[in-house]
Design a protein around this ligand. Sequence first.
Ligand SMILES: Cc1ncc(COP(=O)(O)O)c(C=O)c1O
Length: 396
Amino acid sequence: MQVAANPIAERISSISVSSTMKVAQEADKLRSEGVDVVDFGAGEPDFPTPDNIKKAAIRALDENFTKYTPAGGTTELKKAICERHKLDFATDYKPSECIVGVGGKHVIFNLTQALINPGDEVIIPVPYWVTYKDVVNYAGGTCVFVDTDESQGFTVSAAMIEKHLTPRTKMVIINSPSNPSGAVMDRGEFEKIFHLTSERGIYLMTDECYCKFLYDSEPYSIAALPGAKETVLVAGSLSKTYAMTGWRVGFGLVPQSVVGAMTKLQSHSTSNPTSICQKAAVEALRGPQESVTAMLAEYRKRRDFVVRRLREIPGVTCAEPRGAFYAYPNISVVLGKNGMADTLQFSERLLSEAQVAVVPGEAFGTNAHVRISYATSMHELERGLDRIHQFIVKNS
Ligand SMILES: Cc1ncc(COP(=O)(O)O)c(C=O)c1O
C-alpha cells in the first residue's frame, strides 16, 4: 500500500506537544527505572478527591446513572454551576448560559474554535498557560503577546492591554491567579480591561481555574460586573478547586449563542462529559466546601516555604506568588554556564543530575524562569529545594 508523503494534517503542525506533559513523561520514565525523582512538574493537587464527592460517584453507579446525558451537560449540573458561581461571586447566570465540558482545557479549546476566525488577534499576557497559544493557533488566529515585568510580580495592567488592541482584536485572555506565575489581577485594572474590551465588542476570556486559591485577597469574578455577560467568557474547572483533575469536568459561562456554537462542536466530538463525573461534580459544588479552605491553608504554608528557600539560593530571585500553587523563580544566574544555554537545558540537566523535575519557562513564553509546582508534600518540597540549591550553587 502506498503511504502518502505527508500523512499528518497541516493544522496539527500549528500546535506543539504540551511542554508540561513532556516533563511529566520524562520524570515518569526515570521513576519507572527506579530513580528517586522529586516531581515539581505536575500541575495538580496532591490531595485526594474529598470523600463526599467520591461517594456521589459511587451512588451514581449504583443508581445506573451510566448512560448518555445531553452533550453540553445535565441541567442539574448546569444549575449547580450557576448557583455556586452566584454564591461565590454574586453573578447571575442561567443554565442556558452554561456548558459543561471534559475539563477546563476542553472548554477553552471549544471556546476558541467556536469564536476565532483566521486572522483574528487574541491578546495573551506573558507568561501564559501553554494551551492558550496552541488553541488560538489551531483556530487560525494570531497570538498577540503582552510582556509583563517580573519586578511588578508579572501583573497585567489595562494600559498594557490597550497598547495591543487593533481592529482585528477578537479576544483578550486573562488568567488570574496565573499559571505559571501565581500573579493575581488587581481588581481595578481588571475592571478597566473589561471596559476597554466591552466598549469595543471584544471578548474577554477569564480563566478562573485557580479562582479559589488566593493568598492575599478575596476571590472575585469579573463576570459580576453589570453588562459583563455580553462579552465576558468564564472558563471554569473543578480540577484544582476540588482536587478532581482526573475526573475531567470544566464549564463555560458564556452568552447563549456561544453555548449553542460550542454544544454543536462538542456534540460531534466528545458528546457529554462522563455521566458519573457530572453527578460527582454536583456534589462538589453543592456539598460542604471545607476541603477547599483546608487545601488553601496548606498551599499557603508551602508557598511561604518555597519562596523563602528559593530566595536563599545565591543569585535566584522569585516574585511572590499571590495565588494558584506555582512559584516562578528566575534562574538566569546559571544560564550560559556549564553548557546550560536556556531553561530547557537547565531543566533537563536538573532532572538528569539532581533528579528534580521542573517546567522550563520557554513553555510559558519567558527565557529566564522555571515553574515549580508546590502542590506536593512539605517533605518532597524540602528534598527538592535542597537539591535545586546544591545544583545551582555548583553550576553558577
Ligand atoms: C490556567 C489553567 N486553565 C485551565 C486548566 C485546565 O484544567 P482542566 O482541564 O483539568 O480543567 C489548567 C490546568 O492546568 C490551567 O492551569
